[in-house]
Write a protein that binds this ligand. Structure first.
Ligand SMILES: [Zn+2]
Length: 279
């Protein structure tokens, strides 16, 4: 298995620069202003459509775009890419430059910043509760191989367990890297802006999911989120759901804002910002 040397990193940037850009889906201008408002993303000086690779250990990599990160986990038989990025021209090529093992894809959910490279993979693991979210997006191809809470995947001497976290989206899932005691959480557990406005999002389900996740807390020591600070502590789980419970009880004053022309409310719950439905 290859390690990511400085030369590989430069090669990846070159690859991104030479490949045709994947067009931005949706309102690019609106997205830029949302990006500027995100917390903890200013430390990555990465051009649009490019990635930076951070090896975590010899068989785990963090693949960082400007505001979203994917992860590559290798076992002895195969590797799993967790989320396929947003604007990277070929996330499959990025993953395959890091390992010689066959690479499969799993999506934590189907929001557009996590499925940008899905069309390069014929099939991908995802919760079937994300089918509507996925196939109603622009230019979405491929076949979902359904996974759900409690399912196990084995990459070869590396067992992964699926933890259901509905709320942010109906089929949001996290991946527990069992032996390494790491939870790869997607969007629900992070300290930046957590998008909870629109028809697919459900604050009550979010609270229930995080309370259930807390019952697994003795099985992981650290959390790798898709946005915000990296990594975060499992101690973030309780203040996130108690903060959302306070929003539901009307105890947190929301601030009027907008995302892509949609009115929203911004709720500062101390450890993160919840973006909820506006009036
Ligand atoms: Zn996201």
């Amino acid at each position: 298995m290859k390690k990511c040397s400085r030369r590989d990193f430069v090669k990846l940037l070159g690859l991104a620069a030479l490949s045709p850009m994947i067009p931005v889906v949706g309102n690019g201008a609106g997205y830029s202003s949302a990006l500027a408002a995100d917390r903890n993303t200013g430390t990555y000086d990465i051009k649009h459509g490019e990635v930076q690779i951070f090896p975590i250990n010899e068989n785990t990599w963090r693949i960082q775009e400007d505001m979203v990160r994917s992860f590559l986990l290798a076992g002895t038989k195969e590797a799993l890419l967790i989320d396929s990025g947003f604007h990277v021209p070929s996330m499959k090529a990025v993953a395959e430059s890091l390992t010689s093992l066959p690479v499969k894809l799993l999506n934590t959910h189907a929001d557009r910043d996590h499925v940008g490279g899905n069309n390069e993979f014929g099939t991908f693991y995802m919760s079937m509760a994300e089918a509507s979210n996925y196939y109603h997006g622009e230019n979405r191809k491929g076949v979902i191989v359904p996974v759900e809470h409690g399912d196990k995947l084995d990459l070869g001497d590396r067992e992964l367990e699926i933890i259901g976290l509905p709320g942010h989206t109906p089929g949001s899932i996290a991946v527990l890297d069992v032996k390494n005691r790491v939870l790869i959480s997607g969007d629900p557990i992070q300290d930046g802006n957590i998008y909870m406005f629109g028809v697919q999002r459900e604050l009550h389900a979010y609270v229930l999911s995080l309370k259930r996740l807390e019952t697994f807390k003795d099985r992981f020591d650290t959390i790798y989120p898709a946005h915000g600070s990296f990594p975060v502590s499992p101690d973030l789980i309780a203040p996130l759901y108690t903060g959302v419970e306070r929003i539901l009880a009307g105890e947190v004053q929301g601030e009027d804002d907008a995302r892509n022309g949609v009115p929203i409310k911004k709720y500062d719950i101390g450890v993160a910002t919840i973006l909820g439905d506006g009036k």
